[in-house]
Design a protein around this ligand. Structure first.
Ligand SMILES: Cc1cc2nc3c(=O)[nH]c(=O)nc-3n(C[C@H](O)[C@H](O)[C@H](O)COP(=O)(O)OP(=O)(O)OC[C@H]3O[C@@H](n4cnc5c(N)ncnc54)[C@H](O)[C@@H]3O)c2cc1C
Length: 512
């Protein structure tokens, strides 16, 4: 990153802001913007335009699902929109949803409730904006381009052209950029969360699910709830089902701390190699658990006995033998800084060789979901296989042919009627179906991060252009900044980054 763009806001007229995408992150940006404008006496001189393709503002992709089997993968006590008031969501649930106050901090509630919570948070901020004289205009349209010049940020939405001083781009969990070759096949479901999803699947057909992460768990539970009767197989390259979350206990980090990072990096003057970071986490876990961990066993390829493993994981969670989860959870805040301190090679090594196992432990499933899955697995309703090697579509037989060769197992070919892509967010920008991403990428107004997604400034969220300069007016916040911030598949990281983005803009306005 080198030169900073030389654009400055116009001091003689109302400033115009665009927020593109109104999922959880867009809401975070909007609320922070409304409050900051009010706090700095700029509210009456501001105009905020919101662009969102969905009817509902605030729900986004993750929380739009109407199905009760799709739970938040974090406890209610960790999902507050007010970081300084962690029980806010739990109180909201008690007031709005269960008057008896049945929800506790430890509960995993349906994601649709979180959407309603976000929507209310958004509406409160909207009322506050109007009260302070800020003009807010919402557009139900897709933004297809965003280009910066000396006049401002030019945004194209449908046939309309707007000019803004600043654009906050919060495009969220864009569909997978893998297996695009099947998107024309009617029995292929590229994303559960976009379009008709799993509803098109005939209950007596065979289904293949690509992936074994939390999205795959969502797919299994939804198929179960809809009365699916055909065989289901989940395929992964090397990971197995997510582990099971036990009770969360307060844990104070001893090794993975900001102070240790400072010492190891000689006051942030050197980068850490993979082995150094691995050693730091190993010490934290072994020290915290009070035992020597057999890392080879923990990191081994998944066994074919997934039902037995799931049963064992449930037992451990039920007996509070999951302290490792509380230890990993305690690292959330420091993780983006650890990530930033790692060398490019160390980060690439982690992404290529360890991300899948990390995700199995870090993004593990609620106990309720695990119990439902165990019932399904015991009844033989689904199976899991690793060692996925190829996927093809047989036009003549109208079947998908999937080949898997798990370590220590036989190479097997599976024929399935329907194929569901549960591999998650698409990080390969050049293959993204977003015309906004494509247009900005083509002109070099954004640049791909070497580890996937979009490159932005770590602290200020300004997009990095192809020439390495930072945009003066475009900021990107959300899951696609994973290469920079790592832990962007969590609401709390994206909310914190939304605040940082707004602070960046406020500082620029203040300095103008
Ligand atoms: C299935 C799933 C479950 C998850 N569960 C949890 C959880 O339990 N807890 C947790 O902390 N995190 C969870 N996450 C992580 C989640 O990604 C973040 O927590 C956060 O919700 C991301 O919000 P977002 O606004 O960035 O993205 P999104 O929710 O994807 O919202 C982006 C919005 O932008 C709109 N948009 C995109 N492009 C354009 C355009 N060109 N023009 C106009 N509008 C556009 C989209 O329509 C969408 O509404 C989950 C993610 C997924 C995919």
């Amino acid at each position: 990153m080198s030169a900073v763009s030389d654009v400055t806001p116009h001091p003689d007229r109302a400033l115009r802001y665009a927020v593109v995408g109104m999922g959880a992150t867009g809401v975070g940006v909007f609320v922070a913007l409304v409050r900051s404008l009010a706090a700095t006496g700029r509210a009456a001189d501001a105009e905020i335009h919101i662009f969102e393709t969905k009817e509902r503002l605030g729900a986004g992709v993750a929380y739009s699902t109407p199905h009760d089997c799709h739970l938040l993968n974090m406890r209610a006590g960790t999902m507050s929109v007010h970081p300084d008031d962690p029980t806010h969501f739990v109180r909201w649930l008690a007031e709005r949803v269960d008057a008896a106050g049945a929800s506790t901090e430890a509960d995993y509630v349906p994601r649709r409730l979180f959407a309603a919570y976000l929507q209310e948070f958004f509406e409160e901020a909207l009322a506050q904006a109007r009260q302070h004289g800020t003009k807010v205009i919402t557009h139900k349209s897709v933004v297809s381009d965003c280009r910066e010049d000396a006049r401002g940020m030019h945004l194209i939405a449908g046939l309309d052209h707007f000019v803004f001083d600043y654009s906050f781009l919060c495009l969220g969990d864009l569909p997978s950029t893998e297996y695009l070759e099947f998107t024309k096949v009617p029995t292929y479901i590229h994303s559960m969360w976009h379009g008709a999803g799993l509803e098109v699947i005939d209950p007596d057909t065979t289904v293949g699910i690509l992936g074994t992460s939390l999205t795959a768990v969502d797919a299994l539970l939804q198929l179960r709830a809809s009365g699916h009767r055909g065989a289901i197989t989940c395929f992964s390259r090397r990971r197995s089902l997510p582990k099971v979350q036990g009770p969360r206990v307060r844990y104070t980090l001893r090794h993975v701390t900001a102070e240790n990072l400072r010492l190891l990096t000689a006051d942030h003057t050197r980068k850490l190699e993979f082995a150094e970071v691995a050693a730091l986490f190993q010490s934290e876990l072994e020290d915290g658990l009070g035992l020597a961990v057999d890392w080879e066993r923990v990191l081994a390829e998944p066994s074919a006995m997934f039902t037995a493993t799931l049963a064992k994981d449930i037992e451990l969670a039920e007996n509070s033998q999951t302290l490792w989860y509380s230890i990993l959870d305690a690292t959330s805040e420091v993780i983006p800084h650890v990530w930033r301190a790692m060398s490019a090679e160390a980060r690439a090594a982690f992404m290529n060789n360890h991300l899948s196992v990390w995700s199995m432990f870090r993004h593990c499933m609620p106990l309720d979901n695990a119990r439902r899955l165990l019932t399904m697995a015991t009844e033989g309703a689904f199976q899991v296989t690793s060692g996925l090697t190829s996927v093809a579509y047989d036009d003549e037989r109208q079947l998908f042919r999937i080949e898997a060769a798990p370590v220590g197992g036989e190479r097997t070919v599976y024929d399935v009627d329907y194929l569901v892509n549960a591999t998650g967010t698409g990080f390969a920008l050049e293959r993204s179906d977003s015309s906004l991403i494509q247009n900005m990428l083509m002109r070099g107004d954004i640049s791909p991060h070497p580890l996937g997604g979009i490159d932005v400034g770590f602290e200020d969220m300004r997009v990095v252009r192809r020439d390495g300069s930072l945009s003066g007016r475009a900021l990107y916040i959300g899951p696609l900044t994973r290469g920079v911030h790592f832990y962007t598949n969590s609401f709390e990281t994206n909310l914190a980054n939304a605040h940082s983005a707004v602070a960046t803009v406020m500082a620029r306005i203040g300095a103008a």
